[in-house]
Ligand binder design. Sequence first.
Ligand code: F6P
Length: 191
Amino acid sequence: MHIIISRHGESNYNLENRIGGDPSLSARGHEYGKRLAKYCKDNDVPEHLISSQLVRARQTVFYSSKIFSTYEICPELNEINAGVVEHLTYEEFKNRYPDEHKRRMNDKLNFRYLEGESYVDLIERTRPIVEEIVKTEKDTFIVCHRAVARALLFHLMKIDKKQVPHQEIPLHTILDLTGKPGEMNLTYHEI
Ligand code: F6P
């Protein structure tokens, strides 16, 4: 199978190191959306596109969605819900909720944000999406977010669960996965 995962382009919150929310793309983020469209035209990419429902993801696929045979918006691909910490910078999170911040540093996999989700929750939220892709054997292009991409990699590759929250998911880079789901091979292509 062939699965490609991309984070949305750079958002205005990425520029400020802010968590969550529903921000728009920065100018650089829009440029990435355009480069991604060119990449999809020039390369052999899956025909089925699914995207998170959040603005930054939908703005990223705006330039390329017509290239795909099918396009679906999936709220299950929305970024981890950071609860009370949504919209704060990582620095503000540390200063306002020092104990919570420490707990997260010590166990990022199991830490659940107050009124939000944990990586373990995210792994469960994204499981049906991967099961559907595997069942239908549909090569798929997925546009989502940093934490969600990590959860998806857990389902698609052999990764130690503890390492899930620490996987490298750079901006403006596609994660190209080939092989059998559960043991796929990953290549990064910066675009
Ligand atoms: O900073 C961008 C972002 O997508 C946040 O919205 C999200 O909470 C975070 O990354 C997830 O990464 P980490 O779990 O490493 O903080």
